[in-house]
Write a protein that binds this ligand. Structure first.
Ligand code: R5P
Length: 318
């Protein structure tokens, strides 16, 4: 695919493999940059290509170590702005801090808004993100946001699997809309688990609305972090007579306590995407994980943004 020298793609250190796959899709080399560290731990980033008047994209997931990756992204944006890039797009496959998006008790922050402000102030003109946890997070930015969804790749994978007798289960009420889109798309029934969060890593689930007995289950979520949500829901549907259980999520955050939970859960296959790189330990300990790539979806969206073409058309087939 031919794209001219007007477009430059840079990669933070969170997910270099994904960035190079995106560049492969676009048929252009990754922009030259160097990330160094001063002896006191401060990061210094140098852009090695001429970016004056260019359309620049920085790919960085703000995954673990979250603050380091976030700071790197901010420094990249600042660097590009000061180097006179014409337009800067922060490409954030996984946007950390998104779950703190409201004050549901006194004296707590709204980090999603704070991080959106930081990204804008640092110099981003646009944001390209995937499954921002809640659609309304787009409104936390006062710059354009192109919001992609992992449903495009996960949906295709599960459609090709042709799971019969399918019930799509939302592991909590918040995820119901996504689950009902999957159910419509894959031609299955819909069920919902009523989840109660005990603390940040433990959940309880006792009720299911919908039929799961004798059915094959697809459980979908945007994030698997401690895996409390998906594993608790999986145990409940198994207890109620479900057959095979598949779990699909866009972002495999996979905190260490998720490894054992997922390995022991009655889930036959866990499918995530590469918005966050899967580390070796997680792969070995969990075992049944399949990773799908969002590189071509991101590459296509970047191409369309660069050419001022519609990005939403990408989803016309979902
Ligand atoms: C909740 O609102 C999200 O959609 C996920 O269900 C949740 O973040 C998953 O977290 P964990 O894996 O720690 O239960």
């Amino acid at each position: 695919m031919f794209l001219n020298d007007n477009i430059k793609i840079f990669s933070g250190s969170s997910n270099p493999e994904l960035s190079s796959e995106v560049c492969k899709y676009l048929g252009i080399p990754l922009g030259g940059s160097r990330i160094d560290k001063f002896p006191d731990g401060e990061k210094v980033i140098r852009i090695e290509d001429d970016v004056r008047g260019r359309d620049c994209f920085v790919i960085q997931s703000t995954c673990e170590p979250v603050d380091i990756h976030l700071m790197e992204l901010l420094i990249y944006l600042d660097c590009l702005r000061r180097a006179s890039a014409k337009r800067i797009t922060a490409v954030i496959p996984y946007f950390g801090y998104a779950r703190q998006d409201r004050k549901d008790e006194g004296r707590v922050p709204i980090t999603a808004k704070l991080v959106a402000n930081l990204i804008t102030t640092a110099g981003a003109d646009r944001v390209l993100a995937i499954d921002l946890h809640a659609h309304q997070l787009q409104g936390f930015f006062d710059i354009p946001v192109d919001h992609l969804t992992g449903e495009l790749v996960l949906g295709k994978y599960f459609r090709d699997k042709k799971i019969n007798n399918l019930t799509v289960v939302s592991p909590d009420v918040g995820n119901m809309k996504i689950a009902s889109r999957y159910a419509a798309h894959l031609g299955g029934e819909l069920a919902i688990v009523h989840k109660k969060r005990v603390n940040s890593s433990q959940v309880e689930a006792k009720e299911i609305i919908g039929e799961v007995k004798g059915r094959n289950i697809l459980m979908c979520d945007d994030i698997i972090a401690t895996a409390g949500t998906v594993c608790t829901a999986a145990s409940l549907v198994k207890e109620r007579g479900a057959q095979k259980i598949f779990a699909g999520a866009t972002h495999g955050v996979l905190a260490p306590q998720a490894y054992k939970r997922l390995a022991e859960a009655p889930i036959d296959e866990i499918v995530i995407t590469d918005t966050i790189p899967l580390n070796k330990e997680a792969r070995q300990k969990i075992g049944k994980v399949k990773v799908l790539s969002v590189a071509s979806m991101l590459g296509e969206a970047i191409k369309r943004i660069h050419r001022n073409e519609s990005v939403s058309n990408l989803f016309s087939n979902i």
